[in-house]
Design a protein around this ligand. Structure first.
Ligand code: SAM
Length: 246
C-alpha cells in the first residue's frame, strides 16, 4: 500500500518549505490540496510537476473513499493545506483517521505553523499552553467558549481574521477583563511581521488608531501566568506579581 504524507507549507515566506517537503512533493504520485490553484504557485516556485487533486472542507466526505482506494492500490499521496500544518485549523483530520482505520501508514513532516511560531516569540509562558484556533462565529457559542478559556491558568492561543480581530479583543475583555496580558503576532514570516504586546486595554486602544491588517495569532496569558513578558514596566510587573501572590 501507499503512504499518506502530511506536508506543512509556508505561512508566508516561501523559503520555509523544507528540503524534505520539496522532495516529498516531487516523489509522491498525487498532492491532495486545499486549494489547487494556490498550491500551484508553490509548486511552480519549486518546479514540482506532481498532479493535484482538490481536498477541502466541502468535499472531504466524497474524496476520502477515492483517496483511500488510490492509497490501497499503492499510490503515495501528500496532503497540503493553503498554509502551515494540515489539520491545524485546516482540512486533514478525517483523512488521517480514515487512513489509520484502514491500516495505511501516515507520515507527518515537521514544518511551518503559525501558533507555535507566534508562541516562541511571544514572551508568554510557552508551556503548558492551550491551542484553541478559531472561535465560533455565533455569539452565544463564542461567549460560552470564552468563559471556559477565561478560567485557564495557561497561555491560550487563538486564530483570527483581520476583519474580526477588534471584535474578538472586545469579547476577550468581557471574558477575562481588560488587564490581562495579550500578544498579537501579525504577518509572521512576512515583510510586515510585528508583535503587539500589552494588556487587552492597550491593544484595544492601539486598534482604535491603527486598523488591523494581515493575519493575526492572538496569545492570551493564563489567569495566573507562570512567565512574564519582558516588556512589562515596573508597575505592571508589581501588579502581576501581586496577582500571583493573591
Ligand atoms: N494550518 C495553519 C497553521 O498551521 O498555522 C493555520 C491555518 S488557519 C486557516 C489560518 C489562520 O492562521 C489565520 O487566520 C491566522 O490566525 C493564522 N496565520 C496563518 N498564517 C499566519 C501568519 N503568517 N501570521 C500570523 N498568523 C497567521
Amino acid at each position: 500500500t501507499g503512504v499518506l504524507y502530511l506536508v506543512p507549507t509556508p505561512i508566508g515566506n516561501l523559503q520555509d518549505l523544507s528540503a524534505r517537503a520539496v522532495q516529498t512533493l516531487k516523489d509522491v504520485d498525487l498532492i491532495a490540496a486545499e486549494d489547487t490553484r494556490n498550491t500551484q504557485k508553490l509548486l511552480n516556485h519549486f518546479e514540482i510537476t506532481t498532479p493535484k487533486i482538490s481536498f477541502h472542507e466541502h468535499n472531504t466526505q466524497q474524496r476520502i473513499p477515492e483517496l483511500l482506494q488510490k492509497l490501497q492500490h499503492g499510490l503515495s499521496i501528500a496532503q497540503v493545506s493553503d498554509a502551515g500544518m494540515p489539520s491545524i485549523s485546516d482540512p486533514g483530520k478525517e483523512l488521517v483517521n480514515a487512513c489509520i482505520t484502514a491500516g495505511i501508514q501516515v507520515v507527518p513532516l515537521p514544518g511551518p505553523n503559525a501558533a507555535l511560531t507566534a508562541l516562541i516569540a511571544s514572551g508568554l509562558a510557552p508551556q503548558p499552553f492551550y491551542f484553541y484556533g478559531f472561535l465560533p462565529r455565533k455569539a452565544t457559542q463564542m461567549h460560552q467558549e470564552l468563559a471556559q478559556l477565561a478560567q485557564l491558568s495557561v497561555t491560550f492561543i487563538l486564530y483570527e481574521s483581520p476583519y474580526r480581530v477588534q471584535k474578538t479583543i472586545q469579547s476577550l475583555i468581557q471574558a477575562v477583563g481588560e488587564e490581562r496580558q495579550v500578544v498579537l503576532a501579525r504577518e509572521l514570516t512576512k515583510v510586515h511581521e510585528a508583535f503587539l504586546r500589552g494588556t487587552l486595554a492597550q491593544v484595544q486602544t492601539y486598534f482604535q488608531e491603527h486598523e488591523p491588517r494581515g493575519e493575526y495569532v492572538i496569545l492570551v496569558a493564563g489567569k495566573t501566568p507562570t512567565a512574564v513578558a519582558k516588556h512589562l514596566d515596573d508597575a505592571q510587573l508589581k501588579q502581576l506579581v501581586q496577582t500571583q501572590v493573591d
